[in-house]
Ligand binder design. Sequence first.
Ligand SMILES: [Zn+2]
Length: 291
Amino acid sequence: MNPRRWCRELHWPHLGLLAGLPVWWWWATTRALSPTMTLLVWLSISAVVLALAERWRPFRGDWRPGVAQLRRDGTVFATNALADGGVTALLTLVAIAVNPGDSGWPLWLQIGAGLLVSEFGSYWMHRLSHGGNWWWRVHLLHHRPAQLNLANAVLAHPLNAIYDKLVRVAPLLSMGLDDAALIAVALFALTQSLAVHANVAGHLWPLDYIVGSAGLHRLHHSTRQDEAGNFGTALPIWDQVFGTYRRGASPVEVGVFDPRRYPDELRLGALLLWPFACSRCARFGRCCALH
Ligand SMILES: [Zn+2]
């Protein structure tokens, strides 16, 4: 690719957030800012940067969320905030009970190991969720929309949010990582989760061999199964190790392979109840006796 074009077409908002993240982490940890404030402020900064970028240089104009989509995603965000709060409280109690103490490792090693371990758990849970089993019925809500944007980055079933957090964070607690390392891992995962879903044009090549990108994640949401690898959101390393790393042109369509099999993307209640519906007739209750 022509160097000037390569430079012009970089995903500058994502790169800017990745560059700003260590600065914010260093500032927040040296001033002993609480973990909650550290994450909330960075979440707000990232959301504003990416929301402006979606207006400045959208990847697809027709992927902008309408009022109905924003209402649906806002409802899920509020629900998941409660679910996350419950899981965090539970994990904190577990950490107090089992924390083996300071690992004694240098901070850079703690952060590196923490990123690899948390992504490993998330990779396998995510891959399991695409196996056409009950977990897929839970994960469906995240894949049901036929567009990708910042708002639907938070669109996940509360059960999905809970088990993703458990597999990411529980192993870290048993490693005895410092608070600063845990916060660095959480900040990186947060940034990546928002940036890879945002509807912003631009590439990260060749950085996307070591960091997750919007281009890679769009392929994960492709309606074509041969394109839909890339189960790692923050790091592609486990996709590379286990043979699910996908690169290439952007998918023509994102969403689910056969939308007619599932509730409409705006029927939030039906999508939330989908894991508990009969797998044959999609009804609830005693219908199963008919099959
Ligand atoms: Zn998925």
